[in-house]
Design a binder for this molecule. Structure first.
Ligand code: NZQ
Ligand code: ZN
Length: 393
């Protein structure tokens, strides 16, 4: 059954070659006084992108201060630094130049400046944000979809606690997307990005919360496109068209287009991965690939129709003797794809070998972060989370 829904995608997308040259004009249209230019750990400086953005801001006569150093699994400590800097300098707009980590760090800084109190309380579910500084994005990696999403994921340095917070207040005003900018990515990061993009739609596809034919068709087209182009990029990282397909898919996969009419999204694989990212600092996409197969085998009987559709329409496997065998073939085919693009399909392949005590801690933290229950394909509780972590070893 198709459920009621609200679809809100207010971000202006400026897509194509050389579009970063328009950044100064786009910021100027926002009517701000001073900008925080926020970026990562080195790639944007090294590629020359940051220099071009600075030039574009200067040509448009925009005053700005800079804060670099965002790391993957962005840290709360830098967010605090950014909040102090913005307050001191009177910043009223944040320009994120980077990927999900830089964008999420920008959103957290934006919340911290616009709301009283400790910003971590939002991630700790203690209160809701009332406002956020406006944010613009120049995207350098197709992956998290944060350039059009309402979400923001931050890691608290002490205890490695990774938590998300979502609000439409933080949706970017504009996103500049030049697929060429992603050509400097290491192959591993390109593959991590493709995995994350696929997963954002799969988390909405594997549901017991109703569906719509149009949403399914969009979701299936998106998944097939990313599967095909991820393999093109493995062999030809400079293929502009493949970069463009993947980049646009990254935004559409997480701006909720592929979730319209679905009452419950699953997002259990994401919840399981976030704890791995917090505890072991692994790349998000690789962490997802490492747990997905174990999650899928654990839940597929409870969401069999969707797993069969996935096996037939996306992975295009030969049907098995019964629905369950077909579903399992689809899961195996997806894992084979992950291996082909250099992604792990177990925690060991991810490069971590958690002890039984650490697995228990992961499951406990995952359960706390999810309020005790997570998922739609199958509702998971702490014992289920532990079983999946164990199966993923
Ligand atoms: O910091 P630099 O030097 O730029 O290096 C980055 C980083 O090491 C590098 N990189 C990015 N663009 C590059 C580049 N290297 C060369 N050339 C380029 N053009 O790539 C590495 C990964 O960057 P990062 O921003 O961490 O990647 P991603 O976009 O995958 O973001 C991951 C973060 O987003 C969160 C994840 O949990 C993780 O913390 N997520 C955010 C979501 C959201 N806000 O909606 C949803 C996602 O599910 C996800 O949870
Ligand atoms: Zn993700």
């Amino acid at each position: 059954m198709a459920n009621d829904f609200t679809y809100y995608a207010p971000t202006r997308v400026v897509f194509g070659k050389g579009t970063e040259a328009q950044t100064g004009t786009l910021v100027k249209e926002q009517g701000c006084k001073k900008v925080l230019l926020h970026y990562g750990s080195g790639s944007a400086r090294k590629s020359g992108l940051l220099g071009r953005i600075e030039k574009s801001l200067e040509e448009a006569g925009i005053a700005y201060v800079s804060l670099g150093g965002v790391v993957p699994n962005p840290r709360l400590s830098l967010v605090y630094e950014g909040i102090d800097l913005c307050k001191r300098e009177g910043v009223d707009f944040i320009l994120a130049v980077g990927g999900g980590s830089v964008i999420d760090s920008s959103k957290a800084i934006g919340y911290g400046v616009a709301n009283e109190g400790d910003v971590w309380e939002l991630y700790d579910r203690k209160r809701q944000a009332r406002a956020c500084l406006p944010i613009g994005v120049v995207l350098t990696i197709a992956a998290a979809g944060s350039e059009m999403s309402a979400s923001c994921v931050i890691t608290k340095d002490e205890g490695g606690i990774k938590r998300g917070y979502a609000s439409d207040l933080s949706r970017a005003k504009f996103a500049v997307m030049n697929p060429e900018l992603t050509m400097t990515l290491p192959d591993y990061q390109t593959a991590c990005g493709c995995t994350d993009i696929l997963m954002h739609t799969m988390e909405r596809y594997f549901t017991n919360g109703g569906h719509m034919e149009l949403t399914d068709t969009l979701a299936e087209g998106l998944m097939r496109t990313v599967l095909r182009n991820a393999e093109i990029l493995r062999d030809h990282p400079d293929d502009y068209d493949a970069r463009a397909e993947v980049m646009w898919a990254g935004s559409l996969s997480h701006n909720d287009l592929t979730g319209c009419g679905i009452r419950e999204k699953d997002f259990a694989s994401h919840a399981l991965e976030h704890e791995l990212g917090g505890m072991f600092d692994v790349a998000h996409g690789a962490g997802l690939a490492a747990v997905w197969g174990s999650w899928a085998r654990y839940v597929c009987k409870d969401c069999l129709d969707r797993f069969v559709l996935f096996a037939q329409r996306i992975m295009q496997v030969e049907p098995g003797r019964d629905a369950e065998e077909t579903a399992l073939r689809g899961i195996a085919a997806m894992e084979a794809f992950y291996r082909r693009i250099g992604m792990p399909t177990s925690l060991h392949e991810l490069g971590i070998d958690p002890t039984e005590e650490q697995l228990r801690e992961l499951a406990e933290k995952c359960s706390i972060a999810s309020g005790g229950r997570k998922g739609s394909a199958k509702v998971l509780q702490q014992a289920d989370m532990l079983a999946i972590y164990r199966a993923a070893l």
